[in-house]
Write a new protein. Sequence first.
Length: 164
Amino acid sequence: MRAPSEFHQAFVYDPDTGVIRWRIAPRGKPAFKGEIAGSRLHSGYLQVKFKGRVYLQHRLAFYLFYGFWPKGQIDHRNRIKTDNRIKNLREVTALQNQQNRGRAWGRCNLLGASFHKASGKWRASIRTDGRQQHLGSYDTALEAHNVYMREKARLHPAFCGGKK
């Protein structure tokens, strides 16, 4: 059995709540043993400073639970950036992480739907293998969105309620 890392010596991670606490009072910090570690970034993610470096808490939680640093990105399944419960975190590629995005920016709040001024129609499109794929033009944003969601379920089932 290998010796606990500096991170395991400094932090306690509760995989059921996603909370990381100080196991020790860090030098020069007003935190006490058992206090919740870190703070929130402007991006909404949680961070913790340790030995002069900043760590995103979802990556630290992954390390504390599994014992190795993720090579890829860490996706929050439910899209809540502060929910670091282990069942909500999964290691993914950058492309897979893009499949679990929230609403699309622009004129419409429905994923995969965008308005095409020249035709006066709603377009459905999806990105796969780094390329944008046109799925057709529709009278309503909801129709375009529904076509997009069907194609997304086919191409990316792990990000539409399927299993990874």
